[in-house]
Design a protein around this ligand. Structure first.
Ligand SMILES: [Zn+2]
Length: 1027
């Protein structure tokens, strides 16, 4: 999925042959039991169909897991190599066996999530064989057994869906349909278990055997907790035989943003309805009964039934249209390749499109409301270019004949990578050169690139289970930069990465309530929770680090190896490590990628590396960084590496400054300390560790070195690369927050800021200064701080002009940042210009001449310094704007008012769908909470409307966590903490908000601590600078 909206600037081969799918080598199993005195029995019994790996760890225990691991080949030197396809032999040294042993040895109760393709079977005394394993679907549900048994494998679904949304009130809309599933039985079983949720079965269920006419349906039952339907025949289904199941059903068509759902938009006073889908992670089962797990791929024949004035779209091209009478038309689509259930998409709309054909002959169409179709052209051009670029980069053709992108008026995430039919929220796809800012433009390019990256990472090769979600999202979040960089070299995307992703996720990953990149998850609530910054931002950051230490060429060839090895199939993260490790071995580098990357993915947080001089050496040590070392670790995750990492360390120094380093410059710092010789480096030189911040770690120095760096910034900051300038600021401030560094030094790193002109450094610095602002905003010190900020931005502000529309991309970014500060901290010229520009617009509403890149500042300033007249005008413009990104700017600016009653009214609007679209409601509340006047209003509002918010947004990916984090981010008083704790006590059942609430408590505690330790220091520093 694409990143969600509230990140405002940037916020989610050939068709495989059937013979590959039916190849027996895909079947296999590994049975693991928890053990007292672990006994390994390699049964060497390839009892399942075909040849593969079957390992049985049998011992008395209370839980048994079965893992199937398709296509495992013999190990390479005992380390294990995993390649899809024609595997025939297994050696005991293979990775999976080692892994299974390790799991059991550790007594790890999470075993079922660690093994790929896991199935939980009944409690067994010892030594059961796979053919005898029976699934206990009716046993009491533990948190671990929500997974489907693997005894049935679907091959081809034939599905028909008909939304009924043309007559009567929207609350009565429904959809009905039929599904027929051709399946093969892999392990004999008395029943078929598949997913269903919120559907009513209509008519009878048919269960038949292809080669046994006496086989028939007998009964079915539901397990509503696990969202299962269990269907039984008059005899067992036998391994190796083919079966078919058929059902018809009906379900509600609601505007709930999940499954097959209702969206709408206004044309004049008329509401136009469309039906669209969002299935990730577990919502296809709301649309038709299916085997709804990512590793259970199958082919799909889809038919969508629509009224004649509408258009139907799905993953594949349409191949036939049949009139059904009464104005109904049934469109049938080409059979899909094997695809995971969550990647399907069905849309019925009256949209129009623009189109192009890529150089490799893929038809590319961009769809939107007819009124907005012209705004699709930029996304289309980026899409066409990036799709071809990725085909070249991965060296694998896009496997589908067409690619559609479509802008949906109501959408929960930023975008969704459905194979061949990518859905976007409008702000992530629509762009109008006259009305959209440079930031809007970049966001469109980034999201388009992100979703296209998924067509390979996620769609062609899919994580076996949601615990490896990061394989999807981390990759797409890194590769998106490559795609945009290809189209817009001058945007310096790889520099932007450091502030947008790496430093951003450090904030989250420095908390004890963080989580490892790889997380065992089962329940849908848990799955939804991990669509967070760790999976996206940390995933991307450690992949960037890996690209650096492997070298670009090895990385690229290793990725192609991984994708080709697992295409049309599922993968476990070890598959990636082995593909990259074996590639490096083939190229003579022999880097043990798994051993390195396990330390970054299986434990949470990250290290801070300390550099100390010792004569001509630097001694380099590492420790776990925590923003608050006193915070109590909830103990949910235990590090098996004792919070030590395999670190690709790099450094440079003053007299031999080199910011252009490669994998050849890496000194490996294993999970221990290292000592590096620094020949002929003068003791007067500064040293910088983690050159270009390729590594996912912070760096700390002795005070003398920090002072030399500060001196360098003051004297000639350009001697240090902009990325490392941003790093120095970010590390220093965050080391001060954690108590690893004296705050006085951190403050000195921004002394030179008035001379800085690079976007990423301003972004890093304003992130920290913005934090100080939020801590001080209710204190007596705020006036002095505002004066300091005003003086710092004055010089760069005076070089810019709010009306200049010719600035290049990154300069425009700098102006946006600087002018926002200038107006906020009261530079009169900025306020006057903004008011003037806004007044001109008010006097001719149809002709907005304000440069899109400064509109946010101009709107906010005019509303902050204006009254109800300005607010009502902006709200009116918000209501009638046809461009989503302009709407979004107005929406956030409306929160800038200083009038309490206006803000209260705006909060009420947020929960009134006729005023504010449901998808934007939480954003409005968060925007208001960022206004010092609105902060307590917003928090009171959240508490007063808790049940409604939880009901409306608790299940929506991202939103609820954002709402909580947003409204509580500047809590810094013991009274705030007390409120949070009392609220938690009163609402123990928070669903997907649990983690976010714990984080809010932790954040508040650390804010309180910051105030205790730093308030006086900041006061002293301001005084010393004359404020
Ligand atoms: Zn994504």
């Amino acid at each position: 999925m694409g990143k969600a909206e509230s990140f405002e600037f940037q916020d989610m081969g050939k068709y495989s042959s059937d013979s590959e799918m039916s190849n027996g080598s895909k079947k296999g199993g590994c049975f693991v039991s928890t053990a007292i005195g672990f006994v390994l029995t390699l049964l060497a019994a390839c009892l399942a169909v075909g040849v593969g790996l079957i390992v049985h760890f049998a011992s008395p225990g209370d839980l048994e897991c079965k893992c199937t691991y398709p296509g495992l080949t013999s190990g390479n030197g005992g380390t294990g190599a995993i390649v899809g396809g024609k595997a025939t032999t297994i050696t005991p040294g293979s990775a999976l066996i080692d892994q299974c042993k390790g799991i059991v040895n550790d007594g790890n109760t999470e075993i079922c999530s660690v093994c790929p393709n896991v199935q939980i079977t009944s409690l067994k005394p010892t030594s059961s064989s796979p053919a005898q394993a029976t699934t206990t679907t009716s046993s009491p549900t533990s948190s671990r057994d929500v997974r489907l048994p693997r005894n049935i494998k679907p091959d081809l679904y034939t599905v028909e869906l008909q939304p009924n949304m043309y007559e009567g009130p929207a609350k009565d809309f429904t959809f009905n349909g039929t599904v027929k599933i051709k399946m093969i039985c892999v392990i004999s079983t008395p029943e078929v278990v598949l997913h269903i949720n919120k559907l009513n079965i209509t008519g009878s269920i048919t269960l038949s055997a292809v080669d046994d006419s006496s086989f028939a349906y007998v009964s079915h039952s539901f397990d509503s907790v696990r969202q299962f339907i269990i269907i039984r025949g008059n005899k067992d289904l036998i391994a190796g035989h083919n079966y078919t199941i058929e059902m018809s059903f009906i379900g509600p068509l609601k505007d709930d943003l999940h499954g097959l759902y209702l969206s709408s938009y206004k044309r004049g006073n008329k509401t136009v309805y469309i039906a669209t889908t969002q299935f990730q992670a577990t919502d296809l089962r709301k649309t038709f009964p299916c085997f709804d797990e990512p590793a259970i791929k199958a082919k799909f024949d889809i038919t969508l039934v629509r009224k004649s004035h509408m258009t139907a779209l799905s993953n594949m091209p349409k191949i036939a249209s049949v009139q059904r009478g009464d104005d109904w038309v049934a469109d049938t689509f080409q059979t899909t390749p094997p695809v995971s259930t969550y990647l399907l998409a069905f849309i019925i709309s009256d949209f129009n499109y623009t189109s192009a054909v890529t150089t490799n002959n893929v038809t590319y169409r961009a769809w939107a409301r007819p009124e907005a179709v012209e705004q699709t052209r930029y996304a289309l051009s980026v899409g066409v270019e990036v799709l071809t670029y990725f085909e070249d980069y991965f060296n694998i053709s896009f496997p589908l004949p067409k690619q559609d992108m479509i802008a949906i008026p109501d959408f929960a995430a930023g975008a969704m990578e459905n194979w061949g039919l990518i859905t976007y929220r409008e702000t992530a796809m629509l762009y109008d050169p006259k009305e959209s800012s440079e930031g809007n433009k970049e966001r469109v390019a980034v999201v388009v690139s992100h979703e296209l990256a998924h067509q390979w990472f996620g769609n062609l090769v899919t994580p076996s289970w949601w615990d490896d979600l990061w394989l999807n999202e981390g990759f797409a979040s890194f590769v998106e930069y490559m795609g945009v960089d290809h189209v817009h070299k001058d945007w310096k995307m790889f520099e932007q990465f450091v502030v947008e992703d790496l430093q951003d996720v450090f904030n989250f990953d420095g908390l004890v309530t963080s989580h490892p990149v790889y997380v065992p998850v089962t329940h849908p609530d848990e799955i939804n929770e991990i669509f967070d910054r760790i999976s996206y931002g940390k995933g991307a950051s450690i992949i960037r680090m890996m690209r650096f230490f492997l070298g670009e060429g090895t990385f690229k060839r290793g990725l192609t190896r991984y994708l080709n090895g697992r295409k049309y199939d599922a993968a476990f993260h070890d598959d990636l490590w082995f593909a990259l490790g074996n590639q490096s071995k083939d190229e003579g580098k022999d880097i043990n990628v798994k051993a390195i990357m396990d330390t970054w993915t299986l434990q949470m947080n990250f290290p801070v590396v300390m550099l100390k001089r010792d004569h001509n050496n630097i001694v380099v040590t590492q420790k776990r960084y925590l923003r608050d070392y006193g915070a109590k670790d909830p103990g949910k995750y235990v590090s098996k590496f004792n919070y030590a990492w395999e670190i690709p360390f790099t450094f440079t120094s003053q007299s031999k400054a080199n910011f252009n380093q490669t994998d050849q410059d890496v000194s490996w710092m294993h999970k221990n300390n290292i000592s590096l010789l620094l020949p002929s480096i003068s003791p007067n030189d500064w040293i910088i560790g983690n050159v270009m911040q390729y590594g996912y770690y912070r760096v700390n120095y002795e005070e003398s070195n920090w002072n030399k760096l500060v001196q360098q910034l003051d004297d000639n900051h350009e001697k240090i690369h902009a990325i490392n300038r941003a790093q120095i600021v970010n590390d220093a401030w965050n080391l001060a927050k954690s108590g690893d560094l004296d705050m006085r030094i951190a403050l000195k790193t921004v002394n030179y800021l008035a001379k800085e002109r690079e976007y990423i450094v301003w972004e890093a610095a304003l992130g920290e200064l913005g934090y100080v602002d939020s801590m001080l905003e209710r204190t007596s010190l705020y006036g002095s701080f505002a004066n300091f900020m005003r003086d710092t931005v004055e010089a760069p502000f005076n070089e810019t002009n709010l009306a200049d529309s010719s600035l290049p991309h990154l300069q425009s970014y700098v102006r946006s940042l600087i002018s926002a500060q200038a107006c906020e901290y009261g530079i009169q010229k900025c306020i006057d210009q903004s008011k003037e520009l806004f007044k001109n617009w008010m006097s001719s509403p149809d002709n907005n001449t304000i440069n899109p890149s400064v509109r946010s500042t101009v709107y906010c300033t005019a509303i902050r310094n204006g009254g109800v007249e300005e607010w009502d005008f902006a709200y009116q413009m918000y209501k009638i704007s046809n461009l989503a990104s302009e709407k979004s700017r107005l929406m956030s600016s409306l929160a800038c008012s200083r009038e309490t009653w206006i803000l209260s009214r705006y909060l009420q609007y947020a929960l009134t769908p006729e005023e504010i679209r449901k998808q934007d409601a939480t954003n409005v509340i968060v925007h208001i909470s960022r206004n010092p006047v609105g902060r307590s209003l917003a928090w009171d509002f959240v508490r007063a409307n808790w049940n409604k918010l939880l009901k409306d947004f608790g299940e929506v990916l991202y939103k609820f966590a954002r709402l909580l984090a947003g409204t509580t981010s500047s809590f810094n008083h013991p009274f705030d903490l007390m409120q949070l704790e009392e609220f938690l006590k009163a609402h123990p059942d928070m669903g997907s908000g649990t983690r976010a609430f714990q984080q809010a408590i932790e954040k508040t505690k650390s804010n309180i601590k910051w105030m205790e330790s730093n308030f006086n220091v900041v006061e002293e520093w301001l005084k010393s600078r004359g404020y």
